[in-house]
Design a protein around this ligand. Structure first.
Ligand code: SF4
Length: 403
């Protein structure tokens, strides 16, 4: 794995000698908006052809970036609203224009309501080797509440067809913490999911994102999310249940199935890029990129995105250069999301400061109260700590660094 540039960046983030990046492609279309979702997407599918032309041109514009990729993630939105032929052409264009390693992880996000057996075969044939299916729940009333376009039965069929098409790396997304959801209701979803033996499970807590229909309903007093204590109990149940069923809890919301000899080959390579401050390039409206301490993001509008590209301009909306303090904050927040926690040796190499000296007070306080697990070279949240990720990270990043 050799990066074209082989440059080592100042703080050892963004790009290092031999470090590969992730390529993210955002498909901003959905059949219908779900009530909780704040990802950028529109439901006007007639704009797809012009968008695809623009996307192809953006690939051409960004191809000079000196980066080798070992993961490609086609997300959204609902990438599976595109014709299988369009997905195939997109993958082919990316392979031609970028330096993508032959054994790369190539993931497609898919909604069970937009899948059929034929398309799944075509996806597999064009080089997609990982499928992430947005199941969310198998219960009709939960799917209805969330505004999903599919049934539990369609999700089961999609997984069956995906296996028949040759997918041996399937991830399922589930959501818990719906208003009034009982422990039994959530456990039934988990049970159905593990019965299907997916290689990966993402279990997300339903959260109130500003500006979503869910947010408006809560504001209007029509809905109430479960209390924090209930959410924490459901989080605990999830970890216990999935551990018992052979899954490795490697990130706050993510679980990878373990092999019989205890290995975890199905940890999402792409998502790991975000948690370890590895470089990534995002294409498509609203997509973010992070390379050489710079972060930039594209316009969050299909119309603006297409216009910019059609007039020969990059669709970048804004760019920022991250300061050392910002990078430290990101390294702490993202490191705490993972079971491995913060590698304090890497931290010191990167930022030139000893983690335990720089954060002496919060480390001592949170460790004493059972929120942190410390070894000589690691500082990780315990399970109890994970339930307070935001406030613990804030306590670390709000203090003056002594390093
Ligand atoms: S299908 Fe996915 S991206 Fe589209 S609105 Fe629903 S959650 Fe959001």
């Amino acid at each position: 794995m050799v990066s074209k540039s082989n440059r080592t960046s100042k703080y050892g983030v963004g790009r290092k000698r031999g470090q590969c990046g992730g390529l993210y492609i955002h498909i901003p279309f959905c059949v219908k908006k779900c009530i909780y979702c704040d990802f950028y997407s529109i439901v006007n599918l007639s704009r797809i052809p012009r968008f695809l032309d623009a996307l192809e041109r953006e690939i051409g514009m960004r191809r000079s970036l000196q980066l080798t990729f070992d993961s490609v993630y086609i997300g959204g939105g609902t990438p599976s609203v595109l014709d299988a032929g369009d997905i195939g052409r997109l993958v082919e264009t990316a392979w031609k224009q970028f330096d993508i390693l032959p054994d790369s992880e190539i993931t497609l996000e898919a909604n069970p309501g937009t899948l059929c057996a034929e398309d799944l075969k075509a996806y597999r044939q064009c080089g997609i080797n990982r499928l992430n299916i947005g199941v969310q729940s198998f219960h009709r009333e939960n799917l209805g509440f969330l505004g999903r376009i599919h049934s539990g039965r369609q999700a089961l069929e999609a997984i069956q067809w995906a296996r028949q098409a040759g997918f041996d790396n399937i991830g399922l997304d589930l959501i818990y913490g719906l208003p009034g959801q009982t422990r039994a209701n959530w456990l039934a979803d988990l049970q159905r999911a593990v019965d299907l033996a997916p290689e990966h499970l993402s279990c997300y807590m339903l959260t109130r994102e500003s500006g979503t229909p869910l947010d408006r309903e809560i504001k209007a007093g029509h809905l109430k999310l479960p209390a924090d204590s209930t959410m924490r109990a459901l989080f605990d149940i999830t970890i216990d249940f999935l551990k018992r069923h052979g899954f490795f809890h490697y990130e706050i919301s993510n679980f990878a199935r373990l092999t019989e000899d205890g290995h975890s080959p199905w940890i999402s390579r792409h998502n790991k890029k975000y948690w370890t401050l590895a470089p990534y390039l995002g294409l498509g409206p609203s997509a973010h990129s992070f390379i050489d301490f710079q972060r930039w993001w594209n316009h969050r509008s299909v119309q603006k995105y297409v216009q910019q590209i059609e007039t020969g301009r990059l669709p970048t909306a804004q760019k920022e250069k991250l300061t050392k303090e910002q990078l430290i904050m990101e390294a702490i927040y993202l490191g705490f999301r993972t079971a491995a926690g913060i590698n304090t040796t890497t931290f010191e190499d990167r930022f030139g400061m000893n983690f335990f000296s720089a954060f002496k007070e919060p480390v001592a306080g949170f460790e004493k109260d059972g929120f942190l697990a410390i070894t000589e070279t690691r500082c990780a949240l315990t399970r109890k700590g994970m339930a307070y990720l935001d406030s613990i990270s804030a306590a670390f990043t709000s203090q003056d660094f002594n390093g």
